[in-house]
Design a protein around this ligand. Structure first.
Ligand code: HEC
Ligand code: HEC
Ligand code: HEC
Ligand code: HEC
Ligand code: HEC
Length: 426
């Protein structure tokens, strides 16, 4: 470590002597911070790395996310090629959010550098300095909605002490005790860890950005398709809800002493299960059973939120004493026979006919649960032989039509997931 520091000091001293030495400095120069791989951060921030690695942020590129990959290849092109342009000849806007480090370098071959294929990686979020503003119609989205920095941005819990301790231990960052003490590369010098040189990763404290929803809004506020139709609008939904809690209180709770980086949503069973309150009340009334199902959205954004093809549906079934099903609200999916039990957004073409996100000219009906909405569903079920009524709530990442169409996407991704259930015995 010492020798390396000396060498770089030597070079910077000699730069004044001539241009050839300037290029010598560049040979030993560090990578620009936005090209540093998350594997580097993993050396020390093991627990955070693990949480991030399992998140959709680490799987946000067309290579890793099969749903995004299907759309990207269809609408934009090959994620393994350089110089890919949209139909209107522009740099693909998708990458401003799905592969921000590649967007910063205007590259489209996403496997040409780890920091590109890692998608929304450590340095992507930790080099965003300030939310300048989102303007979906002008393509000021994702990375372009932010002022960025060549220094890492810290949340300020540690850097308030100017990262004073050159060596840190404890389990905050997944360090395993005294022996596993790791030096701190955020002090302006390269460091040596386990025989590996880690380049200087300078950092500044920026809590006003990183401890607020600003850290998320550039990519999550809203996104329009080429015809100006809003596709995802989580941020707008949130603003309209007048909520006082920010995204981080739910999506980055403090666990193990540091902010959790799992950032789950529609791909995360745990988050889906805690998203709603779901219960049923059934009473016999003459020849019928009157069942009321209550569904409450606990979020300051719609449920489901995000990509327009997310949807929810309820299945209600009644059983006799032998466990045989004697009644159901619909055969299979309720989309046709019990439309109110299907909660989804419709995108429509110029004639008002349902269509996909790239071709939509407008929004049709929107029956998703609004922020904090409570909705009751009433059913009258023939009481004969019924001893048990059961209600199940399903979440599906894709519209049923797309599930059928996208046969190459793994079944565990496209299958509806039961996220809540309720039963009443009679
Ligand atoms: C050689 C070990 C090491 C590596 C590699 C490393 N860090 Fe750190 N990092 C630390 C230490 C030590 C601290 C300070 C912890 C303390 O003071 O308790 C820290 C703190 C931080 C903080 C918190 C700052 C604050 O304001 O609270 C962030 C954010 C961070 N690192 C991000 C990164 C990112 C992103 C990378 C990869 C580009 C990275 N680190 C690579 C050791 C490392
Ligand atoms: C650089 C843009 C960017 C920033 C900044 C960003 N995200 Fe994301 N986020 C994405 C993208 C892209 C995806 C979708 C990945 C996919 O499904 O392919 C995503 C997905 C998610 C999901 C859905 C996960 C799932 O299970 O489907 C959640 C929740 C989320 N982000 C929360 C956050 C929060 C909270 C913040 C702020 C701390 C944040 N994001 C900041 C781009 C970003
Ligand atoms: C989607 C954006 C996003 C990504 C990706 C991301 N971070 Fe963070 N990180 C944040 C935000 C926002 C905070 C501040 C949270 C808070 O303090 O409430 C934070 C906080 C931290 C902290 C301080 C934790 C604490 O509570 O003291 C460290 C260390 C850190 N990040 C390291 C990393 C590393 C390493 C990676 C990659 C493996 C990474 N981050 C990826 C947004 C991100
Ligand atoms: C009260 C807790 C809470 C708050 C506050 C909150 N969320 Fe969520 N969010 C959830 C839960 C629970 C889910 C899972 C259910 C769902 O997908 O709607 C979720 C889902 C998501 C998803 C997943 C969408 C998808 O397609 O998979 C995104 C993106 C997201 N939230 C972003 C945000 C952003 C951005 C903010 C701040 C503006 C925010 N959330 C505020 C609880 C919260
Ligand atoms: C403004 C940022 C932004 C832009 C631009 C953007 N996306 Fe996304 N995309 C997201 C976020 C955030 C999510 C995940 C959370 C959600 O559902 O909102 C997402 C999710 C998706 C999903 C769902 C992935 C899954 O796992 O279910 C697909 C498909 C997708 N985007 C395709 C695209 C395509 C194709 C483009 C370019 C034409 C694009 N996106 C442009 C932010 C963006």
């Amino acid at each position: 470590m010492r020798t390396r520091v000396k060498i770089s000091l030597l070079f910077s001293g000699m730069v004044f002597c001539g241009l050839s030495l300037l290029s010598a400095t560049n040979v030993s120069a560090d990578k620009p911070i936005h090209q540093v791989s998350s594997e580097t951060c993993k050396t020390c921030h093991k627990d955070i790395y693990k949480q991030w690695k399992g998140s959709m942020h680490a799987n946000s590129t067309a290579f890793k996310d099969p749903i995004h990959g299907t759309f990207y290849r269809k609408v934009v092109g090959d994620p393994g090629k350089e110089g890919v342009k949209t139909k209107s000849g522009k740099y693909p806007v998708c990458l401003q959010c799905h592969a921000p480090n590649a967007a910063r370098d205007k590259k489209t071959k996403l496997d040409s550098a780890p920091a590109y294929s890692e998608g929304v990686n450590c340095v992507a979020c930790h080099t965003m300095k300030k939310l300048v503003g989102v303007d979906a119609t002008k393509g000021k989205l994702g990375l372009k909605a932010y002022e960025t920095s060549t220094k890492l941005q810290g949340s300020g819990r540690h850097s308030n002490n100017k990262l004073a301790s050159l060596a840190a231990s404890g389990d905050d960052f997944g360090f395993g005790g005294e022996e596993d003490k790791k030096p701190n590369p955020h002090m302006g010098e390269a460091v040596e860890v386990d025989g590996k040189t880690i380049q200087s990763l300078p950092m500044e404290s920026n809590p006003s950005h990183l401890r607020t929803s600003d850290a998320c809004m550039g990519c999550h506020d809203k996104r329009n398709n080429a015809h100006g139709v809003p596709l995802c609008a989580t941020g707008d939904e949130y603003i309209a809800s007048n909520a006082q809690v920010d995204c981080l209180s739910c999506h980055m709770p403090m666990g193990k002493g540091f902010a959790d980086h799992s950032m789950g949503g529609g791909h995360d069973m745990g988050m889906l299960q805690r998203a709603v309150v779901f219960y049923m009340d059934s009473k016999k009334n003459g020849d019928n059973i009157n069942s009321t199902i209550t569904l409450r959205n606990k979020q300051p954004h719609t449920m489901p939120t995000g990509a327009p093809f997310r949807n929810l549906y309820i299945k209600i079934t009644a059983y006799d004493k032998d466990g045989k099903m004697v009644w159901e609200n619909a055969k299979g999916h309720p989309a046709k026979q019990d439309k109110k039990a299907f909660m989804f957004l419709t995108l429509v073409d110029a004639d008002g006919k349902p269509t996909g996100p790239p071709t939509a000219k407008g929004q049709g009906s929107d029956t998703r649960l609004k922020a904090f909405e409570t909705r009751n569903f009433e059913y009258s079920i023939p009481a004969k032989d019924v001893v048990l009524v059961r209600a199940e709530l399903y979440y599906n990442l894709l519209w049923p039509g797309l599930v059928k169409k996208f046969t190459k996407i793994p079944k565990d991704v496209t299958a509806p997931k039961m996220i809540a259930s309720a039963e009443n015995s009679l």
